[in-house]
Design a protein around this ligand. Structure first.
Ligand SMILES: [Zn+2]
Length: 374
C-alpha cells in the first residue's frame, strides 16, 4: 500500500513511468495518469478522464461546499537526452537528492500536492486536480481541452495553483502571478543574386537586412509596468548565402521572438515593427502570436500562498511575471485567482534533473498550509 502522505514515494513512482512527449502518442504514458487517478480515488476524490488523441487528461475533485481549489499540472516530461550520471527513470535517491526526468518539471510537484491532500483531511475547502499528459508538446489535446470538458460538465474553476517549477533558489521564493506574451516573427529581404566581384550588377540583401536588424533593436519596446519587466526582442535565427564565396545571395532572412507585456497587443507590436523599419526598403514580415500576456488580479489565494511561504520559511516571496509561457495562460481565461508555485527550476529539462528530498517535504508543507488556509 502506497503511503500517499509521502511525496518521495509518490515522486519515485511517477518518475518510473515513461511518459515522454512526444513519444506518448505512440508508446503511451507508462501508466502515469492511471497512477495519479488511482491516488486521487484512494483519497476520496471523484475522477473523470478526458483523454483525446492519445493524450491522457484527468479531472478530479472532492465534493464539498464553496469554490474548489485546483492544482494543475502535467505528467509528461521532455526526452531525457544523453549523458546522465543517473538513470533518468530509476528514481533512486543519492545523498538526499532524487534524480530523474520530471523530478522538478513537474512530477515532483504533483507528488507534493497529492501528499498535501492526504495530510489535510480536516481542510474546509473543496480540492481538485487538473492534470494533462501533454504540456511539453503542442498541447492541442491538453489543458485547454481539459478545461473545456470540465466546464461543460458543470465544474467551475475559481482558484488554481499551477505546479510549474517557479522557485529560483529556495522553495517559494517566487510566486508567478502572470506571464508575458510571446510572438515569433520572420523577416525576409529580397535582393538580386550576383557575382561578388561585380556588386554593382547585383542587389545584395545582406547590408539592408543588417540595417533593419539595427533599427528593430535600436530602442526598447517599453519600460515594463509595476508587474512586468520590459518587453524583449531576441534574434533567434539568421540565414543568407548560397555557400559559394563568389556569389552574393538573392535573399536574407532574420527570425526573432518578442516577449511582451499587456502594454502591447500582437497587432500593436507588428505595427511598431513596421514603423521602425519604414524607409529601409521592401521586406516580407510574418508574425505569429503563440501566447497572449496575462496578469491575475490580487486575491485571497495569492495572499494565502504568500503568508504560507512566510510562515514556513521566515522569508518573503516575490510575485513575478517573468520567464516563458505556461498552461496558466489557458487557466487564467476561466479563473481569476491563478498562481504558479512549484519546485526549484535549476535543473528542469537538463541532464541529471534532480530535486532534493527535503524540497519535496517543504513544498508538501507549503501546499498543505495553503489548503488549510483556504
Ligand atoms: Zn512543466
Amino acid at each position: 500500500m502506497t503511503d500517499l502522505a509521502d511525496p518521495l514515494v509518490l515522486a519515485q513512482a511517477l518518475i518510473r513511468c515513461r511518459s515522454i512527449t512526444p513519444d506518448h502518442n505512440s508508446a503511451g504514458d507508462g501508466g502515469a495518469m492511471d497512477l495519479v487517478q488511482g491516488w486521487a480515488e484512494a483519497l476520496g476524490l471523484r475522477t473523470a478522464r478526458y483523454d483525446r488523441n492519445a493524450t491522457p487528461n484527468l479531472h478530479a475533485c472532492t465534493t464539498g461546499p464553496g469554490p474548489t481549489l485546483y492544482f494543475a499540472g502535467h505528467t509528461d516530461v521532455v526526452p531525457p537526452g544523453e549523458g546522465w550520471a543517473h538513470d533518468p527513470f530509476a528514481a533512486v535517491p543519492d545523498k538526499g537528492v532524487l534524480y530523474g526526468r520530471g523530478a522538478v518539471d513537474m512530477k515532483g510537484a504533483i507528488a507534493c500536492f497529492v501528499a498535501a491532500l492526504a495530510r489535510t483531511p480536516g481542510r474546509r475547502v473543496s480540492a481538485g486536480l487538473l492534470i494533462t499528459g501533454d504540456e511539453e508538446g503542442h498541447a492541442a489535446d491538453g489543458t485547454e481541452f481539459l478545461l473545456k470538458q470540465m466546464l461543460n460538465n458543470g465544474h467551475g474553476i475559481a482558484r488554481c495553483i499551477v505546479g510549474e517549477p517557479t522557485s529560483l533558489g529556495w522553495i517559494g521564493d517566487t510566486i508567478k502571478i502572470g506571464r508575458r506574451g510571446s510572438l515569433n516573427a520572420t523577416l525576409r529581404v529580397v535582393g538580386v543574386q550576383g557575382h561578388s566581384a561585380y556588386p554593382q550588377l547585383a542587389g545584395n540583401p545582406v547590408p539592408r537586412l543588417a540595417a533593419i536588424i539595427e533599427a528593430l533593436k535600436a530602442t526598447p519596446l517599453d519600460d515594463g509596468t509595476d508587474a512586468f519587466e520590459p518587453s524583449t526582442l531576441a534574434f533567434t535565427g539568421l540565414s543568407a548565402g548560397t555557400g559559394a564565396t563568389n556569389v552574393t545571395p538573392a535573399d536574407a532572412t532574420v527570425r526573432f521572438n518578442i516577449r511582451f507585456t499587456p502594454a502591447h497587443t500582437p497587432e500593436s507590436l507588428e505595427a511598431e515593427l513596421r514603423r521602425r523599419i519604414a524607409g529601409l526598403g521592401p521586406y516580407e514580415l510574418s508574425a505569429t502570436c503563440n501566447a497572449l500576456p496575462f496578469l491575475a488580479p490580487a486575491g485571497p489565494l495569492r495572499q494565502n500562498a504568500h503568508d504560507a511561504v512566510e510562515a514556513l520559511t521566515g522569508r518573503q516571496p516575490v510575485f513575478s511575471t517573468g520567464g516563458g509561457t505556461s498552461d496558466a495562460r489557458f487557466i487564467a481565461r476561466h479563473c481569476a485567482q491563478v498562481i504558479e508555485l512549484g519546485l526549484v527550476n535549476a535543473t528542469m529539462h537538463k541532464v541529471d534533473e534532480a530535486v532534493p528530498v527535503d524540497d519535496l517535504e517543504t513544498l508538501t508543507r507549503l501546499y498543505s498550509a495553503i489548503l488549510m488556509s483556504a
